[in-house]
Design a protein. Structure first.
Length: 203
């Protein structure tokens, strides 16, 4: 099995394709798609988004220091793409997509009600990296859809069919392979055998 060497670029995939919602000081609301996003610290809980300064939303986030990361689902894929190719400068993306703006519990930004998870963020620092400026933020609150809780109080996120983005394509996640720490659990023999078999096939 050989490897090609490519020039430097961005290739950490898959990543989530999220909807970032925000508003300006006058309360005008907007949303856009972001794939350059993630968690940067467990305690305190911190997240980031990287945004090009030319985005309509950029000024809003700088003004208020607030945004919401709304996780998306397979059912939302079309709206996610639309919000990533159209600007709030030219049209009302809430109206065009049928997505609904709800109220955040802490920060000065709307949430997307159709998203199963809304992560409310308050900006702590802006790193002007280059093409993108990175908004580092503290997570102030998380809203989760109560219909996805099971009887044991577990949040069954997989049932929402989360949406990922990988090298230009929107993808669903297939069935779960294991849960956190499964590789060292005693009853993992079956899973181990399955993994070895699939690695042998690839090799
Ligand atoms: C899948 C996908 C991922 C994107 N990720 C980002 C991102 O991480 N940062 C960014 O600045 N723009 C990103 N964009 C582009 C913006 O979403 C797009 O320019 C949008 O129109 C900006 O909206 P606005 O002008 O209303 O703020 C992405 C677009 C798509 C389709």
């Amino acid at each position: 099995m050989g490897k090609e060497i490519w020039k430097a670029g961005n290739f950490v995939y898959p990543v989530p394709a999220v909807l970032v919602s925000c508003q300006d000081r006058e309360g005008k609301k907007n949303l856009f798609t972001a794939a350059w996003t993630g968690t940067v610290c467990t305690n305190p809980p911190m997240a980031y988004i990287s945004v090009r300064p030319e985005r309509y939303s950029y000024r809003m986030i700088r003004e208020t220091g607030a945004f919401v990361i709304n996780l998306t689902t397979e059912a939302m894929a079309r709206a996610v793409d639309f919000c990533g190719v159209k600007s709030g400068r030219d049209l009302d993306k809430w109206k065009e997509t049928g997505l609904t703006a709800g109220t955040a519990s802490v920060v000065e930004a709307p949430v997307v009600l159709e998203s199963p998870v809304n992560v409310e963020c308050a900006v702590t620092e802006v790193l002007e990296l280059g093409s993108h400026h990175m908004f580092l933020a503290l997570v102030k609150a998380i809203q989760v859809e109560d219909g996805l809780m099971d009887e044991k109080g577990r949040f069954c996120f997989e049932q929402a069919k989360p949406l990922a983005y990988s090298h230009g394509a929107y993808c669903g996640l297939t069935e779960a392979i294991g849960s956190f720490g499964y590789s060292i659990r005693k009853n993992s023999t079956k899973a181990k055998k399955k993994q070895k078999k699939s690695l042998r096939k690839r090799g």
